[in-house]
Design a protein around this ligand. Structure first.
Ligand code: GDP
Length: 417
């Protein structure tokens, strides 16, 4: 075709742009829709001393005013306050569970402060494990209460971590993703804050405490951001529900005689970084880590404690069916042994009772024989006495008759005279 013809042909071709997705490129959309329908859930645990700013930070993070009464320093033991909130951002529903310690750091014994936290974390794993082990399990609509992240609030002493901080983190670092935070960071100067951060990190390393590491992602931006983010840990945070006027804008901040601290200003504190990582970039990773690392660890040690083992006696892999069969037989044997033991004890008791009954019966019989003998002797004695009495009566009548006869003879002889 001549160049002229080509031009006319191209003019006749209609150019259409696709209006949607076709084929399996729609898979991500399906996943997104399914996830939105199902809704999202996220569980946060806040550990820190009373009055350190846990409630304020949560309110600032979720831009809510989840009102609560002030915690007291005089609780006799550490408790965990659990609250679930149904939040919505555009059309995305989020079931947020916030668990806060109450009375933490106010106990004399350090163990009394951290043990309830450890027990709580284990209890959530145990509940999930029990659901998993059910024959008819409903994990799809199960409200997963496992803790996805623990925000650990460090006092802004500017000095070092307290021994309670170290002990608690050491005991929970295999159970939950820990993100350490320097609370009320507005009370430290910039240089003090930097020194405090590096001293905390070196203490954590020297005590072998594992904290959550923000992952390197394939996403180019994240790959650039995350190494520096991990370098920012522990985050220095400030919480506030106050609206403060800066220029012509109202911002969230804290008003001081010397100026305004803006919570969402990255030059003032790390609040925005924490919020972005927690809610925008790392929420799914935190949930993944909880399931694949911490829960897996709990599950395997729990099943091992229950006597399950993937290896047979000759270090061969055994199937679940075989393992179940072996467990069942072992259990049956144990039941039989216990039944046998119970039977023996029962027979022993019956024999003992029989013996006591026999003794009592013999005693009663002896008593009866004794009484019977007494009664027989009494009867014989009475019989004897009766006989004697009857003889006396007979004698008496005989004497009476004789006396009457002699009296009559005397009277008759008197008359004759
Ligand atoms: P919780 O007991 O740990 O939940 O502590 P609250 O959130 O109830 O806070 C206790 C007090 O600390 C309140 O008076 C808050 O206004 C104050 N507070 C909270 N966060 C900060 C902060 O980042 N900086 C300063 N200076 N005070 C704060």
């Amino acid at each position: 075709p001549t160049p002229d013809n080509e031009d006319t042909n191209n003019e006749n071709i209609r150019c259409l742009t696709t209006l949607g997705h076709f084929g399996f490129e729609c898979l991500p959309t399906q996943l997104v829709n399914k996830s939105i329908q199902k809704g999202f859930s996220f569980n946060i645990l806040c550990v820190g001393e009373t009055g350190i700013g846990k409630s304020t930070l949560i309110n600032t993070l979720f831009n809510t005013n989840l009102k609560e009464s002030k915690s007291s320093h005089f609780y006799s033991k550490v408790g965990l306050k659990v609250k679930t909130y149904e939040l919505q951002e555009r059309n995305i529903p989020l079931k947020l569970t916030v668990v806060k310690t109450v009375g933490y750091g106010d106990q004399i014994s350090k163990e009394a402060s951290y043990q309830p936290v450890v027990d709580y974390l284990d209890a959530q794993f145990e509940a999930y494990l029990q659901e998993e082990l059910k024959i008819k399990r409903s994990l799809v609509d199960y409200h997963d209460s496992r803790i996805h992240v623990c925000l650990y609030f460090i006092s802004p002493t500017g000095h070092s971590l307290k021994s309670l901080d170290l002990m608690t983190m050491k005991n929970i670092d295999r159970r939950v993703n820990i993100i350490p935070l320097i609370a009320k960071a507005d009370s430290l100067s910039k240089s003090d804050l930097q020194r405090f951060k590096s001293s905390i990190m070196s203490e954590l390393v020297s005590h072998g405490i594992q904290i959550y590491q923000f992952p390197m992602e394939e996403d180019e931006d994240a790959a650039q951001v995350n190494p520096s983010i991990n370098g920012l840990l522990p985050f220095a945070v400030v919480g506030s529900m106050e609206e403060v006027k800066v220029g012509k804008r109202m911002v969230r901040g804290r008003h001081y005689p010397w100026g305004v601290l803006q919570v969402e200003n990255e030059n003032h504190c790390d609040f925005v970084k924490l919020r972005d990582l927690l809610l925008c970039t790392s929420m799914e990773d935190l949930k993944d880590q909880t399931h694949t690392q911490h829960y897996e660890c709990y599950r395997s040690s729990r099943l091992q404690n229950l006597g399950f083992n993937d290896m047979g006696p000759n270090n061969q892999l055994v199937s679940f069916q075989e393992m179940y069969e072996a467990k069942r037989q072992e259990f049956q044997g144990q039941c039989q042994r216990e039944e046998e033991g119970l039977k023996q004890t029962f027979m022993q008791r019956v024999k003992e009772k029989e013996l006591t009954f026999k003794d009592a019966e013999k005693e009663l019989q002896d008593k009866f024989e004794h009484l019977k003998r007494i009664q027989q002797e009494e009867t014989l004695r009475l019989e004897d006495e009766r006989r004697k009495l009857e003889e006396q009566i007979i004698d008496f009548y005989k004497m009476k008759t004789a006396s009457e006869t002699s009296q009559a003879q005397v009277c008759a002889s008197v008359k004759k005279d």
